[in-house]
Ligand binder design. Sequence first.
Ligand SMILES: Nc1ncnc2c1ncn2[C@@H]1O[C@H](COP(=O)(O)OP(=O)(O)OP(=O)(O)O)[C@@H](O)[C@H]1O
Ligand SMILES: [Mg+2]
Length: 262
Amino acid sequence: MSLLEVSNIRKSFGKTEVLRGIDFSLEKGDVLSIIGSSGSGKTTLLRCLNFLETPDTGTISINGKTIFDASLHKKLKETEIRSNRLHFGLVFQSFNLFPQYNVLDNITLAPKMRLNEMNYSKEEKKEHLQGIIKTAQQLLDKVGLTEKAASYPCELSGGQQQRVAIARALALSPDILCFDEPTSALDPELTGEVLRVIRDLKSSDCTMIVVTHEMEFAKNVSDKVIFMANGIIEEEGNPYDIFEAPKSPLTRAFLNKSVESF
Ligand SMILES: Nc1ncnc2c1ncn2[C@@H]1O[C@H](COP(=O)(O)OP(=O)(O)OP(=O)(O)O)[C@@H](O)[C@H]1O
Ligand SMILES: [Mg+2]
């Protein structure tokens, strides 16, 4: 059984059909890269997976359990959406850290809010809180920012802010970590440090979906690559299939254009 199964996801905005039937699956521990031209629907797909958009049709299942089924026409309750969202972590292009909180608080804020919703005794809460802080410190260590726990986002470089955003997403222990062009707002010299963190996460068996324009990264780090065009999956396969032996003329044209732009 796959960790994630996505079936027949469609999404329109007004008359524009942005996703026109998306099906794919992802195994635990795998890294999926999604590539494709601007406007092909990559961000919309990630937003559907993270319940920031509601698909018009289709199903999303995690570990065989259907967490979304558009055919039920059921408006999900806020609590259901929040619990569904916990399966996915999302790291945006523009980091989106809370400027008024220091690094450690940025990472612990969501787990603390979740803790407050639990029916724990005062003692239990105290214990869990210590656990949350310890986990946050371990995550900071993982992204190489132990010394920055007390710094504020404005005191960090873009690459450091993005690494905090990754630690923050990991703090809720998602099944799948999603990235939407995590390096495209960064100067080239800062891109490497963020890609290195993602590469390290792969070796710790983290399942990831990475929307990226970094073709070398997609080629070297992914287990699976999806090429999207005009709201559909035009082609999918392992990195060799897509980068060395693409079958679709659209994939070939896209890859040739990407090479030219470097
Ligand atoms: N909330 C919205 N309302 C209306 N149209 C939208 C909305 N969100 C996305 N779109 C449209 O959907 C299409 C796909 O957008 P999307 O952001 O998913 O593309 P993308 O593949 O992520 O592109 P890029 O590589 O530029 O980030 C675009 O034509 C966009 O204008
Ligand atoms: Mg996008």
